[in-house]
Ligand binder design. Structure first.
Ligand code: NDP
Length: 263
């Protein structure tokens, strides 16, 4: 039986074991997936080998440590310097980032997307902006403060702080801020947000586990939408595809894994 795990801090809340074990069972793959608290990210590599794992996922705050721990890193993960999936092959650790491709897979289910407004300028926003650009999607970024926008500016993205922002029209408006995660705040002043939402086709939040004020607002406008649980599922499907060395199609994995959302 192959062993897998998720590493993080905290990790007790993670739904990944449920998601992957359900898919192992439904697809008849001999695998078992657990969770492992890692306090010091420098111990990630040794822990992986000590536990005899075949693969693992990495969550907050260790994705950069996982990038350092890998022997070989796929190009997109190298660009964002963040790895969320490690696979052992021929004694070497291969690092991947399935967060942004997973997000893109979820986005495609909404419909055709050629332009996007990303609210927020943290690690998630960086990964999504870079990946969506590779898919020929026009990106605009808006953030509460200027500091984190510097990177986007250097990368050639159009970006604004709230003060200098006039929303135009977008196919999708994406919330990557943590506004609404533990409070009831909106990711942008209401007037700006409503103007953006009134001129978009879809709305997406990367937060999961609760309906954020942003998603409530999008729902009020009857916009097709999804939240972070769909992104979680889709990044898991792509990681599972690596874990099982492409034995199943992504649709087969999705069929086996999706029911975890209602567990
Ligand atoms: P970061 O800490 O790197 O960035 C947070 C961003 O949110 C910053 O741009 C910050 O703006 C902005 N922000 C924070 N509070 C507010 C607020 N009250 N109003 C407006 N903007 C605010 O976070 P991450 O990118 O790592 O994570 C962001 C979110 O994504 C989290 O909620 C996390 O749970 C979620 N996530 C979901 C995943 C999934 O699989 N569904 C995967 C990864 C992350 P400023 O620069 O001004 O401080």
């Amino acid at each position: 039986m192959k062993q897998f795990a998720i590493f993080g801090n905290p990790v007790a809340h993670s739904k990944s074991p449920l998601m992957h074990n359900l898919a192992f069972k439904k697809l008849g793959f001999e695998g078992c997936y657990g969770r492992w608290l890692i306090e010091d990210g420098n111990e990630l590599r040794d822990t992986f080998f000590r536990l005899g794992l075949s693969g693992c996922n990495i969550t907050v705050p260790h994705k950069e440590f996982a990038f350092e721990a890998a022997d070989v890193v796929e190009p997109f993960a190298k660009e964002v310097r963040a790895v969320n999936t490690l696979i052992l092959k021929d004694g070497k650790l291969y690092g991947y980032n399935t967060d942004a491709p997973g997000f893109y897979r979820a986005l495609q289910k909404l419909g055709s997307v050629q332009s996007a407004l990303i609210m927020g300028a943290g690690g998630t926003a960086r990964a999504l902006a870079l990946y969506l650009r590779t898919q020929k999607i026009d990106i605009e970024v808006v953030n509460r403060s200027a500091k984190r926008l510097q990177w986007f500016n250097d990368e050639g993205f159009t970006c604004h702080t709230w003060d200098s922002f006039t929303p135009s029209s977008y196919d999708v408006v994406i919330n990557t801020t943590s506004a609404g995660l533990t409070d009831e705040s909106l990711p942008m002043p209401k007037e700006l947000l409503d103007r953006a939402l009134e001129n978009t086709q879809y709305a997406v939040d990367v937060i999961y586990g609760k309906e954020t004020p942003f998603l409530k607002e999008a729902k009020r406008l009857n916009l097709p939408l999804f939240d972070g649980s769909e992104m979680l599922l889709q990044q898991g499907i792509i990681a599972f595809d690596y874990f099982t060395d492409h034995r199943y199609t992504l649709d087969e994995i999705e069929q086996a894994m999706r029911p975890f959302l209602s567990l």
